[in-house]
Design a binder for this molecule. Structure first.
Ligand SMILES: Nc1ncnc2c1ncn2[C@@H]1O[C@H](COP(=O)(O)OP(=O)(O)OP(=O)(O)O)[C@@H](O)[C@H]1O
Ligand SMILES: [Mg+2]
Length: 268
């Protein structure tokens, strides 16, 4: 299987002191308490941390599904806070590809229709939709399952459909929140193998995971704890280690080589 991903411009995201507070009646939940983070184009980032540490909240902010309560978020040079609702909808549909733990496919629609759906929302004409959806389905190796409904597929195949749907617009960033959480380790590895190929062909990927063996696929691991970044570690020799160190230096952060990894620490 060959995955080919178009690279579309510079896809850097930058969060500065991002906080997210949920108000629940008289109580406030501080899901993010001041997160600053830069991700460069073609980085492959794993986000880890205990349950409730803010991983999904951070992904929702990055994916423009939710807005920060405080702080700023700049996506490809544009401040997200300044965008209109229709601009945000366009970004969610065209520039961010989402993959979720629970696949989130439409049960009554077949594989083809599930993948085609973002193109319908995006106003793409029928002939082009057919071509692009078929291509994305082929990329994930499911050309022989186009007419199957999600219930007629294995878990791994369902997640492949979700990946095809996420990729159908050649998004700048692929966001995956525990994409292997409902899969056995072998099937999870297959999905991660697909992510590796996408990364090799230029895709920027951010993946949330609880599993070390999944995080190992990424070239950088960010650990969250109680809504804050606890550590940010870049694998030695990776693109992120070469290019990313410039960005992190600019944020008063030191980059050290430790064993086989580059450790990034805040300098106060
Ligand atoms: N919509 C919401 N309303 C209120 N509180 C929320 C909401 N979403 C998340 N929270 C709270 O924010 C905190 C962070 O939640 P989040 O879902 O980001 O955690 P997580 O790191 O993804 O956890 P998990 O590993 O269990 O998925 C939790 O305390 C959670 O209860
Ligand atoms: Mg979560």
């Amino acid at each position: 299987m060959k995955l080919v991903q178009a690279t579309n411009g510079s896809s850097t995201l930058s969060l500065r002191d991002v906080e997210k507070t949920y108000v629940m009646g008289s109580e406030e939940v501080h899901a993010l308490r001041g997160v600053s983070l830069e991700v460069g184009r073609n980085e492959y980032v794993a986000i880890m941390g205990p349950s409730g540490s803010g991983k999904s909240t951070l992904m929702n902010v990055i994916g423009c599904l939710d807005v920060p309560s405080k702080g700023t978020y700049c996506l490809e040079g544009q401040m997200v806070a300044d965008m209109s609702e229709s601009q945000l909808a366009e970004i969610r549909n065209l520039r961010i590809g989402f993959v979720f733990q629970t696949f989130n496919l439409i049960p009554r629609a077949n594989v083809f229709h599930n993948v085609e759906l973002p193109l319908i929302y995006g106003g793409v004409r029928r002939a082009e939709r057919r071509e692009r959806a078929a291509e994305a389905i082929e990329q994930v190796g499911l050309a022989d399952r186009m007419k199957h409904k999600p219930s007629e597929l294995s878990g791994g195949q369902r997640q492949r459909v979700a990946v095809a749907r996420a990729l159908v617009f050649n998004p700048s960033i692929l966001l995956a929140d525990e994409p292997t959480g409902n899969l056995d380790s072998k099937t999870g590895d297959e999905i991660m193998g697909m992510f590796d190929e996408l990364h090799d062909s230029g895709q920027t990927i951010i993946v949330v995971t609880h599993e070390d063996y999944i995080a190992k696929h990424a070239s950088r691991t960010i650990r969250l704890m109680d809504g804050l970044i606890e550590s940010d570690t870049v694998k030695a020799g990776s693109n992120a280690a070469k290019a990313g160190s410039d960005t992190v230096k600019a944020r008063n952060i030191s980059v050290k080589t430790e064993n086989d990894a580059v450790k990034v620490e805040a300098v106060s």
